[in-house]
Design a protein around this ligand. Structure first.
Ligand code: ZN
Length: 236
């Protein structure tokens, strides 16, 4: 355990995977009649998408490094920000947004929202939305814990609760190679679930996460994945 935040070993049941985890591949203009387009047209019509998610930031030591690496791979991701960190580092919130990534609500002070009275959970979520600014559409409750008032509060703010399907355990600092290996381990059920990968850019020393990230991107790319922001967290 590190820092003032308790890191969860377990997560609650999740009921809100992203609505769609595949993206239509664009066929060439004019369709697939031209033999020069055969290569593109013979590919499967849907491509694999991985959703990288970074919790507990923004953090001045790690978020800029994560942004640089994502940029280098042309990857989009989702940042579940803690409101008090967003308040401390508004320039980082802007940098994440300006880089084209999505931002979700991860509470203001990172308590277990499920254990709070509803008005306190409401306050945690409201203050974080205000700190992030713009239109926030998704919530990842700390620890993934959806009990207590969490669902009702999410509903009041029109937020989709967004869990993960792959836990890299990067918060335990198991070493960059282990983080890479964990990121590449398909979710239970043999990959039927969308790949929503839990990583951290804040809440402690995330040097190992930063060190692992290029390998995660390279290896998933080699498996045919592209990287997108979660549709649930992307305001229209
Ligand atoms: Zn967290």
């Amino acid at each position: 355990m590190d820092g003032r935040r308790v890191r969860p070993h377990e997560r609650g049941a999740h009921d809100a995977g992203p609505a769609a985890h595949t993206v239509e591949r664009r066929h060439p203009p004019g369709g697939c009649d031209d033999p020069r387009d055969l290569d593109r047209c013979s590919l499967p019509s849907r491509e694999k998408v991985a959703y990288l998610t970074f919790d507990d930031g923004p953090n001045p030591a790690h978020t800029p490094a994560v942004l640089r690496i994502l940029d280098a791979y042309g990857a989009k991701a989702t940042f579940f920000m803690v409101g008090e960190e967003a308040t401390r580092f508004p320039a980082l919130v802007r940098a994440v947004r300006d880089s084209g990534h999505a931002i979700g609500n991860h509470s203001y002070t990172h308590p277990w929202l499920s254990s709070l009275p509803e008005h306190k959970a409401y306050d945690e979520v409201a203050r974080t939305n205000a700190a992030i600014g713009g239109r926030v559409t998704c919530l990842r409750p700390p620890g993934g814990l959806e009990g207590g008032p969490v669902k009702a509060v999410a509903r009041k703010f029109g937020l989709t609760i967004q869990q993960w399907t792959v836990d890299t355990h990067d918060w335990k600092r198991p070493g960059a190679p282990a983080i890479v290996e964990n990121a590449l381990t398909p979710p239970d059920g043999g990959g039927a679930e969308p790949l929503v990968i839990l990583l951290h850019d804040g809440g402690g020393d995330r040097g190992q996460t930063v060190a692992a990230l290029p390998q995660v991107l390279a290896k998933l790319s080699a498996r045919g994945y592209t990287f997108a922001s979660l549709p649930t967290c992307t305001a229209p």
